[in-house]
Design a protein around this ligand. Structure first.
Ligand code: NAG
Ligand code: NAG
Ligand code: NAG
Ligand code: NAG
Ligand code: NAG
Ligand code: NAG
Ligand code: NAG
Ligand code: NAG
Length: 490
């Protein structure tokens, strides 16, 4: 089982990640690869945070959207140009935790936000100071990026809406149009022998509901690469890119309106790349893409995928705006590959989507994942059909589940029932999207009463908008088949 995980990891790393060649054969996540080698402690684990007896506050603040452009000076959405302030009170030594003495009756907090401007095109340092009422103050800080309107050599802009974690982009075709919220769903796709040899693949993928294509390097034939990118653009598909031969590739690609985000490193933690490698690559990429190269945002965010369980996570993650996670299931039974793979932040990479397995990506979305990228295409027809069913339900048609998930006005809660069904509920304008994944290998019933909906329950009943496996809808319950999953609106 472990060997299989390794071989998947390696096939990914060999194709995609950078700086892996020196260490590839020897270690993975800092651990010796060969069973004949000694066991060692690889280091890099999260420290176990100290517990405090007194409350601490960890003030955080940051811009609602990254980056801002002159076009944002008169926003139609009143909270689009705003500062998000978070004031967790904690007994654990999390980042920025500061002791305070204010009484427990403190119910309001005055927060002052200061923007210390440098010249345009650079990042402004943002400082927020909260007054705790008795003369005490705590301070938080971050960066605010305000870029000039995009220059001609930049094809498009992807903004990150930090209110919901959503990516915002104009039509990938390059035609003018408003920014839309994007739910990235698609495959890492072979370039040589696949994308480069059949230019109608792009339009088929679009019809199947997919919104992104992540071509897997290397791209031996640049003229074909350009034709393939033209086809993606015509079909409004965005591209992930590996940008390690950074300057050349960034400059080759950045004028494409269908570029959604940059992709710097494939499992750099697995191959123990230098701890500063991801943040150095991020600065270089963004500096070629409009930023000051000192931490400010460029016109597109930078993504990467991490693989290790607990190995210098903070260091590697510091080089990304969008983090994909690539955990492999523990105790995976590959005879029956329906174990869980979930995503933490923005986008999840699905290693080998199961034939009937929409449960894994749904579990990821229920826990904050805002995208699904599967390894890899071409893939057997039945897997493609299953993935397409989820993609269509998420991004297209009347159900359009992503409209609930991506809207910053949605309220969200996650509930795992005692019977082993994992659910996410997004409520927007009086309607609720329920995504449910059955984690059992048998039919399991989800009762409205288990979801804390109050006497209203499912209201006028559930409308099924997506089902993988068997879903049977009753008035106040739904039965999901073995590892089945479904989407319902009520
Ligand atoms: C809390 O964590 C910070 C950062 O890791 C560390 O510098 C500090 O010493 C810790 N404080 C206590 C009281 O352990
Ligand atoms: C090209 O791709 C399309 C869409 O995936 C497929 O229908 C067609 O059969 C492919 N053509 C060839 C020659 O492989
Ligand atoms: C690249 O693709 C073009 C278009 O198909 C072809 O004419 C050319 O020979 C290819 N170049 C190489 C080096 O394979
Ligand atoms: C990055 O880290 C490597 C090795 O850990 C070190 O040699 C190098 O000087 C660092 N580079 C920068 C720019 O800090
Ligand atoms: C894996 O699952 C299959 C199907 O449930 C079962 O027959 C097989 O015994 C399992 N294998 C292991 C190693 O658990
Ligand atoms: C689905 O919702 C997303 C997010 O709100 C939106 O960007 C997209 O245009 C919608 N798609 C359709 C087909 O309505
Ligand atoms: C997945 O496939 C297995 C084996 O064919 C089947 O028993 C199960 O019901 C399927 N689950 C879903 C969700 O389709
Ligand atoms: C690590 C790795 O494979 N990086 C690749 C990213 O793309 C460039 C250009 O195609 C390759 O040269 C790198 O090998």
């Amino acid at each position: 089982m472990i060997a299989l995980s390794r071989s998947f990891s390696l096939s990914g790393a060999l194709v995609l990640s950078w700086a892996c060649t020196e260490v590839l054969a020897q270690t993975w996540c800092g651990k010796n690869y060969m069973s004949t080698e000694p066991l060692t402690n690889p280091g890099g684990q999260f420290p176990i945070s100290q517990t405090f007896t007194e409350p601490h506050i960890a003030l955080r603040c940051g811009p609602a959207v990254k980056p801002y452009l002159p076009e944002d000076l008169e926003p139609t959405d009143s909270t689009f140009v705003s500062i998000l302030v978070d004031t967790p009170v904690t007994f654990t030594n999390i980042s920025g935790a500061t002791a305070f003495k204010a009484s427990s009756s403190l119910s309001t907090l005055d927060v002052t936000v200061l923007v210390d401007g440098k010249k345009l095109t650079s990042a402004y340092s943002l400082t927020c100071t909260a007054s705790l009422g008795n003369g005490e103050q705590v301070v938080g800080s971050s960066l605010l990026t305000y870029l000039p309107a995009k220059p001609a050599d930049i094809g498009g802009v992807t903004k990150m809406d930090m209110r919901s974690g959503t990516l915002l982009a104009k039509p990938a075709t390059g035609e003018d149009g408003p920014y839309e919220r994007i739910f990235p769903i698609g495959f890492y796709s072979n370039f040589g022998g696949y994308l480069d040899s059949n230019l109608s693949i792009e339009s088929t993928l679009k019809d199947q509901g997919f919104t992104i294509v992540h071509p897997i390097p290397t791209f031996d034939n640049t003229s074909i690469l350009n034709e393939v990118l033209d086809e993606m653009q015509k079909n409004g598909l965005c591209t992930y890119m590996n940008d390690t031969s950074v300057t050349e590739q960034v400059n080759q690609i950045k004028s494409r309106p269908n570029l959604l985000l940059w992709y710097s490193a494939d499992e750099p933690d697995g191959t123990s790349d230098p701890l500063n490698a991801t943040s150095l690559a991020q600065s270089l990429i963004t500096s070629l893409d409009g930023s000051d190269g000192n931490g400010g945002a460029g016109y597109h965010p930078v993504s990467l995928v991490l693989n290790c369980q607990n190995f210098f996570w903070s260091e590697y993650a510091s080089g990304a705006d969008v983090l994909l996670q690539d955990t492999y299931m523990i105790g995976n039974n590959v005879t029956f590959s329906n174990q869980w793979f979930h995503t933490v932040y923005a986008t999840g990479r699905e290693n080998r989507p199961a034939r009937n397995g929409s449960s894994r990506p749904i579990l990821g979305i229920n826990h904050g994942g805002l995208g699904v990228v599967s390894w890899n295409d071409p893939t057997p027809d039945d897997i493609k059909t299953s993935a397409s069913g989820l993609a269509l339900a998420l991004t297209s048609g009347p159900s359009n589940m992503s409209a609930f998930i991506l809207n910053p006005s949605s309220t969200f809660k996650q509930v795992t029932t005692s019977s082993g069904i994992d659910t996410g509920l997004w409520t927007l304008n009086g309607k609720t999207l329920l995504l449910a994944a059955n984690m059992n290998y048998e039919d399991t019933t989800l009762e409205a009463g288990e979801l804390g909906l109050g006497s209203k329950g499912f209201g006028n009943g559930l409308t099924e908008v997506f089902c993988s496996g068997d879903c049977s809808v009753g008035d106040e319950s739904v039965v999901l088949g073995s590892v089945g999953s479904g989407g319902f609106v009520f």
